[in-house]
Design a protein around this ligand. Structure first.
Ligand SMILES: CC(C)(COP(=O)(O)OP(=O)(O)OC[C@H]1O[C@@H](n2cnc3c(N)ncnc32)[C@H](O)[C@@H]1OP(=O)(O)O)[C@@H](O)C(=O)NCCC(=O)NCCS
Length: 174
C-alpha cells in the first residue's frame, strides 16, 4: 500500500492532457468519449471535472459535477449539479482523498450557487452508499433505468442501472 500525506494531494480542474489518465491503464477506456465531452462541457462552464493529483503518482482520483436543468423526475425545482465518475485508484483509498474531492465539489457548488448535488449510487455498492450517507447525502428513491453511451470504438453500449438517487443540499457553514 502507498501511503500519502494529505498535503501531498492537490485537487484541481481537469486539463485536456489529463484525459488519458482517467482511463486507468485501459480499465475505463470505454468511457473515453464521455470524458472528452465532460472536458468540453467544462470549457463551456457546464461541468466541473476535478482530479486529485500527487507529484509522484499523477492523477489518482476524479469526480465530475455536471450542471443540469430542473428535472421534475428528481423533484428538483432549480438547477443543480449531478455528481458522476467519482473514483479513487484502489491503492490510494481510505486516506481521505474521496472526502477531499467531495469537499471540493461542495465548495464549487457554493461558489456557483447551485447548492443541490444529486448522484446515483448502485444499490449493490454498499460501501459507497455508507460513504455518501456519512457525508450528509440522503436517499431520495431507487431508480431502475437503462443508460446508453458510445464507447471508444464507436459502439453504443447500454447499461442497466439499479441505483439509489441521493441528494445533498450544501450550506455555507461560515
Ligand atoms: C467511494 C470512493 C471514491 C471513496 O474514496 P476514498 O478516497 O477511499 O474516501 P475516504 O478515504 O475519504 O473515505 C473512505 C473511508 O476511509 C476512511 N478513512 C479516511 N481517511 C482514513 C485514514 N487516514 N485511515 C483510515 N481510514 C480512513 C473513511 O472514514 C471512510 O470510511 P468508510 O468507508 O467506513 O466510510 C472510493 O472508495 C472508490 O473509488 N470506490 C470505487 C468507485 C466507487 O464506488 N465510486 C462511487 C460510485 S457511486
Amino acid at each position: 500500500m502507498t501511503l500519502i500525506r494529505p498535503e501531498e494531494v492537490t485537487i484541481r480542474l481537469l486539463r485536456e492532457e489529463d484525459l488519458p489518465a482517467l482511463e486507468w491503464d485501459g480499465e475505463y477506456k470505454r468511457y473515453r468519449r464521455i470524458y472528452r465531452e465532460v472536458y468540453r462541457n467544462s470549457q463551456m462552464g457546464l461541468s466541473i471535472p476535478l482530479v486529485a493529483e500527487t507529484p509522484r503518482d499523477g492523477i489518482i482520483g476524479q469526480v465530475f459535477l455536471n450542471q443540469k436543468e430542473p428535472n421534475p423526475k428528481f423533484t428538483a425545482r432549480s438547477r443543480y449539479y449531478f455528481l458522476s465518475s467519482f473514483r479513487v485508484r484502489p491503492q490510494f483509498r481510505k486516506m481521505g482523498i474521496g472526502a477531499r474531492l467531495l469537499e471540493s465539489c461542495e465548495r464549487q457548488a457554493l461558489l456557483h450557487r447551485l447548492q443541490d448535488i444529486y448522484l446515483n449510487c448502485a444499490v449493490s455498492n454498499h460501501r459507497a452508499r455508507w460513504f455518501y450517507l456519512d457525508h450528509g447525502f440522503q436517499v431520495i428513491r431507487i431508480d431502475d433505468s437503462d443508460w446508453s453511451f458510445v464507447d471508444d470504438e464507436g459502439f453504443v453500449i447500454t447499461e442497466h442501472q439499479h441505483a439509489y438517487l441521493m441528494k445533498k443540499t450544501v450550506v455555507n457553514s461560515k
